[in-house]
Design a protein around this ligand. Sequence first.
Ligand SMILES: *[C@@H]1O[C@H](CO)[C@@H](O)[C@H](O)[C@H]1NC(C)=O
Ligand SMILES: *[C@@H]1O[C@H](CO)[C@@H](O)[C@H](O)[C@H]1NC(C)=O
Ligand SMILES: [Fe+2]
Length: 467
Amino acid sequence: MGRKCSRRSLMEFPILLIHTLFLLFFPLPLLSEHNNFVRQPAGQLIITPHQRSHSDPQQVHISLVGKEKMRVSWITEEKHAESVVEYGTESGEYSAKSTGEHTSYRYFLYNSGKIHNVVIGPLKPGTTYFYRCGGSGPEFSLKTPPHNFPLEFVVVGKSLSLGFDISLLLHRLVCFCLRDLGQTEWTASTLKHVESREYDVALLPGDLSYADSQQPLWDSFGRLVEPYASKRPWMVTEGNHEIEIFPIIYPQPFQAYNARWPMPFQQSASTSNLYYSFQLVATHVIMLGSYTDFHAQSQQYNWLQSDLANIDRAKTPWLIVLLHAPWYNTNEAHQGEGESMRQAMEQLLYNARVDLVFAGHVHAYERFTRIYDNKVDSCGPMYVTIGDGGNREGLALMFKNPPSPLSLYREPSFGHGRLRIVNETHAHWSWHRNNDTDAVVADGIWIESLSSSQACSIQQDDPNEEL
Ligand SMILES: *[C@@H]1O[C@H](CO)[C@@H](O)[C@H](O)[C@H]1NC(C)=O
Ligand SMILES: *[C@@H]1O[C@H](CO)[C@@H](O)[C@H](O)[C@H]1NC(C)=O
Ligand SMILES: [Fe+2]
């Protein structure tokens, strides 16, 4: 990239104090966590302070929304700030302007800022745009995804309590400022390698901010990720840490998540921000919701069925699914939590010849073989769990033994994955540990799309046939 990377000063706060105060005022609801392993202490939080004026945009992030369009989301403290984005392909010269909408929400004593959402486009593929939000404040830039393969997704698991690891990772993804890792280990050739390995779209299978009802942490998270999420579309689905219900007073889950991270659900005929799909360069990506109804004939189930039925695999050879609680998992943690969803939906994914299923939730990396119904099946999806790596104090992460023959690689380290779709038939999946340089592929494998496999060609099922 060659551009200088401005490193923001991330102030560390005595977060335990804040945490304790919040717990006093807002006793955390029990959410859906009934796992029996020890949670990480929240000692490594990094609070990203607000350093702009009240009317300036903060927490800017972008997401794909329909064909050739992008949604720009940001927050202002100033309630009169306009929901408008000016943009163009030249810095400082904005040839186009879009107006959008705004929202806000309350959670106990917390009042959110004004949350703006503006859709811009049509945008040209593979092009850098410059944009400004609300008519003032700093200029941002973004790059639209390419028109043809190769297409590169980055898959980022849990964001780790706004911690040290995520900020390191984020710097690697876009800035490649590896001061923290020590630049000495970086040879010129490694840097070159990294420079050529950008990404087009980030996919996050849930547990974004770990705010867990502490609303200011959502704002801090938004500011932490802004330098990255304002440059490339970040497509997310929800995790258990986004539920944030409070009995009787706030019975509706995902209030903050839905307000702050709107995803293109209407564009994919879904009625909920908790599950949706999008189409990009002959690739169809489905984001499922692990924490909403998924049983047969539920809204999500029916939506998934019709979304899958509408995919023309001749034109869309790649089909990828993300969800939060893994259906296959040999870690001791979160055992069985994705099981009822698996039982409800696995056959739909199998019949549609889904290529890959990514999950989060578990604090480790695990890659499985192609599976259907707990058995090796060359026409089933390949399953990958990409969670975080626990804390640096060395929380022991336990995998079940003896290992399952379905599980091909498992390691409790934090990292990120890259799915590089090279062409209609081939993609390369790689997993990169956070403690290594980006050029190190801790785990890597070539994948052939199931749509190109004769043996797995899809039977034209009777649409009325039930399992
Ligand atoms: C797709 O990419 C793979 C891996 O690089 C290559 O072997 C194959 O020939 C390519 N197929 C086409 C149709 O270009
Ligand atoms: C990162 O951790 C892995 C697993 O513990 C280890 O094999 C590898 O050598 C480490 N890399 C660095 C650069 O320390
Ligand atoms: Fe989770």
